[in-house]
Write a protein that binds this ligand. Structure first.
Ligand code: AMP
Ligand code: MG
Length: 417
């Protein structure tokens, strides 16, 4: 589709789409092959390496869902005698004598020949006699064996991420240990002679390294082990030493030093160790993106140096790659559609991600607004954002009130990014 007359087109015929780049990356990545056995409670945030099948029924017996009285429907139009009680963990008699009701508490076993439980609010007790005011239905308030979990059902699939609900489900089934994927080892370094660690003074021409802190905190996760390799100088030897130090890692991530600048040794060093792709991806911010396959089955991402570009490429390419390597089933990131507050201009040709905030307007309606300056070195507008607005390749911007696609940062994972 041709853009409207007078609109600058940002399309680059050599650029790939995000989907093409992702497909290429996933086609060469290998999931980690080793796994370990953990206690279920320690498996939080890990990826299951096995299917887990239910071996017990939950509940294992007919259990009361209410505090009340177990009875037989055929008898409950008469006055019943309260006889015995069944508490959770302390079952009562298993049969009811004629015209009796058994006191039962929530979670307690119901006698085999009772066919309903009347909740205590619907009955009147006069000394040891029970008058049912509201007839229960057949089977009411009795949880049948297996109504929560049936024997043989799959509780967890291989590749599922284990969250609190999975931990509860496994525990409810009596599972104490589970086999999970080993933690993926990821080494991270920053490149640039201008970079200084926070805490040290800056000399003329220097800036603080923010990308390493950004990447280390974005990727912090129970399923991975991060190795911080620090700041690497813009020399071939510096870059070589960093890769040597990253020897135990399955994934190496650097930022900076992958453009065509004279001091960019990353591409050169990676080429000598394996295969390197330098891709222009039709997105803003975020090009170029370097992806390599190193010796010893290691993979490599070279992210752009500008902090916001590093953050967005990490979200879009590195996070899905890590999930894939951890053995996770592929997930699509859900988006929302919200009215834009203000207006946005854009040149067609690239997908554009704008840092933005979802908030309520004066009429108490949810709207989305950009957080201001969108240059890729402006971290402030990333920090103030809680989402990204995604403008499609062909979009030429959006007007005030127009519905736009929004991806809350929460949708990418747990943290603010
Ligand atoms: P480069 O890709 O190395 O040419 O860097 C592009 C821009 O990002 C330059 O302005 C760099 O100073 C800046 N930059 C590179 N690495 C970092 C970093 N780790 N932290 C902050 N800014 C960086
Ligand atoms: Mg640099």
């Amino acid at each position: 589709m041709n853009p409207p007359v007078g609109v600058i087109n940002d399309a680059d015929p050599n650029a790939m789409t995000i989907e093409q780049a992702t497909a290429q990356i996933l086609s060469v990545l290998r999931p980690i092959s080793s796994c370990e056995s953990l206690s279920v409670i320690d498996s939080l945030g890990r990826y299951s390496a096995q299917h887990v099948t239910a071996t017990v029924e939950v509940p294992p017996f007919r259990a009361s869902a209410m505090d009340g009285y177990a009875l037989r429907l055929s008898e409950c139009s008469e006055e019943l005698t309260i006889s015995g009680k069944s508490l959770a963990g302390h079952p009562g008699e298993n049969t009811l004598a004629a015209y009796t009701a058994q006191r039962v508490m929530t979670g307690a076993k119901v006698p085999d020949d009772a066919d309903a439980v009347v909740q205590q609010e619907n009955a009147t007790v006069i000394e040891s006699k029970l008058i049912v005011n509201e007839m229960p239905r057949n089977g009411q308030h009795i949880r049948l064996p297996g109504s929560g979990i049936k024997t043989g059902s799959i509780l967890i699939h291989a590749g599922d991420r284990i969250g609190p609900a999975a931990i509860a489900l496994l525990s409810a089934n009596g599972v104490a240990r589970i086999s999970v994927q080993a933690r993926l080892k990821i080494a991270i370094f920053s490149t640039g002679d201008e970079l200084v660690n926070p805490g040290s003074p800056l000399a003329e021409g220097q800036i603080y390294d923010s990308n390493r802190a950004l990447l280390l905190s974005m990727l912090e996760d129970q399923a991975v082990e991060l190795i911080d390799l620090g700041i690497v100088s813009d020399t071939e030897q510096g870059v070589r030493e960093a890769f040597a130090a990253a020897n135990g890692a399955e994934l190496v991530i650097s930022s900076g030093g992958v453009s065509v600048g004279e001091a960019d040794y990353v591409k050169q060093v990676v080429s000598s160790m394996g295969k390197v792709n330098l891709w222009k991806v039709a997105m803003k911010p975020g090009r170029p993106l370097t992806f390599g396959e190193l010796d010893g089955n290691r993979s490599f991402f070279g992210l752009p140096g500008n902090p916001v570009s590093a953050a967005i490429t990490c979200l879009l390419f590195v996070k899905p790659a890590i999930e894939f390597m951890c053995g996770a089933a592929r997930q699509n990131i859900p988006s929302l559609t919200l009215p834009l507050s203000g207006r946005l201009s854009k040149n067609p040709g690239r997908v554009e991600y704008q840092r933005a905030v979802i908030e309520k307007d004066a009429n108490d309606h949810w709207v989305v607004t950009t957080t201001g300056l969108q240059d890729s070195h402006v971290l402030m507008s990333l920090q103030q954002a809680n989402c990204l607005i995604e403008l499609s390749t062909t979009s030429t911007g959006a007007e005030d009130g127009e519905l736009v696609t929004v991806i809350p940062f929460e949708h990418y994972g747990r943290g603010p990014l």
